[in-house]
Ligand binder design. Structure first.
Ligand SMILES: Cc1cc2nc3c(=O)[nH]c(=O)nc-3n(C[C@H](O)[C@H](O)[C@H](O)COP(=O)(O)OP(=O)(O)OC[C@H]3O[C@@H](n4cnc5c(N)ncnc54)[C@H](O)[C@@H]3O)c2cc1C
Length: 285
């Protein structure tokens, strides 16, 4: 059907381009841990992404999955960092330099940048979207407390990158592992609690397993501090239509994935408790 010229979609050209599948060539692959790899490619639109936004990555012949950007540079050199958990991520891990991937996006609402005294708490692959965020915040913060955690030393991501990024600013880096194989023995939320009890932070950013983010949210509420977290849900369309990522009245792909304290309060019946499975049924987190 031919649309009347005046009735054509008013969607800005930029958004049309974002939704178009682009084919990118993998330029570099780096092992981050026994189960996590970083894939680098070039894409102009990703160069304009906000920290916390994600792309839909199409692995030809397998599936399309949501993945956060782990590196964002204005010239378009981009990376994603992916844990092998199932079919699509296993197929991605088998890809070699020079292989092709499809991407669309960047999608969603990223982190809102703040200045002042900042806490960042990340666990496992939750550290991925926190890396480009940290690289922006070093120019704005007066002090940065970076808490990172994992089950074991092998699974702690980006240690060198965090050290390097924070080397020239007023920062404290605290690593914790559950088995004590690196840094402090224990979990990130315990470290956060000790600091929140005696210091005022202007913003707390978190990304990691949902129980960890939920605990961080409760701590932020208890100590009356502002909070943002990046949530994970099953996503298919990534543009707010299919409903697979719904939490309360919010769609994580469009209203998030980064949600602030006010938004999280509005979904507190589900946040930290339920998510939707591939069939749309609520399942315990
Ligand atoms: C906005 C967003 C950003 C993400 N960013 C990253 C990232 O930067 N790096 C990364 O490694 N992963 C990220 N994920 C998770 C990633 O999308 C899933 O791990 C991936 O879709 C799994 O696909 P699969 O086919 O390999 O596994 P499947 O075979 O589909 O699933 C295997 C198991 O993985 C788990 N799983 C599947 N999908 C999800 C999901 N969406 N969220 C949480 N667990 C899931 C389930 O427990 C499932 O049983 C992100 C998810 C979202 C929603």
């Amino acid at each position: 059907m031919q649309l009347h010229p005046q009735k054509r979609s008013k969607v800005p050209a930029y958004l049309n381009a974002v939704n178009r599948l682009r084919i990118v060539k993998i330029q570099e692959i780096m092992g981050e841990s026994p189960t996590v790899k970083t894939f680098t490619f070039r894409d102009k639109l990703c160069g304009r992404a906000e920290p916390g936004q994600f792309v839909m990555v199409w692995i030809p012949g397998v599936d399309e999955i949501p993945i956060s950007l782990s590196t964002i540079t204005p010239n378009g050199l981009t990376s994603i960092t992916v844990a092998q958990v199932g079919e699509a991520t296993k197929a991605l891990h088998q890809r070699k330099r020079g292989d092709l991937l499809g991407i669309r996006g960047p999608y969603g609402k990223g982190f809102t940048l703040t200045s002042g005294n900042i806490m960042i708490a990340g666990g496992g692959t939750g550290l991925v979207p926190l890396m480009p965020l940290t690289e922006k915040l070093v120019k704005l913060s007066t002090k940065l407390t970076f808490l990172l955690g994992a089950k074991t030393k092998d699974e702690l991501l980006f240690l060198d990158r965090i050290d390097q990024t924070l080397s020239k600013v007023n920062a404290e880096i605290v690593a914790a592992t559950e088995d004590g194989s690196y840094g402090l023995k224990g979990i990130v939320t315990d470290q956060a609690e000790q600091r929140l009890a005696k210091e005022k932070f202007d913003m707390i950013y978190a990304c990691g397993p949902e129980q960890m983010m939920y605990k961080m949210f409760l701590l932020a509420e208890r100590y009356h501090m502002s909070f943002q977290a990046s949530l994970e849900r099953i996503m298919h369309c990534a543009i707010g239509l299919c409903g697979s990522c719904v939490i309360g009245k919010l769609r994580v792909c469009k209203d998030g994935p980064v949600l602030n304290s006010e938004q999280l309060r509005s979904v507190k019946e589900e946040f930290g408790k339920f998510k939707r499975g591939f069939q749309g049924r609520k399942i315990a987190v």
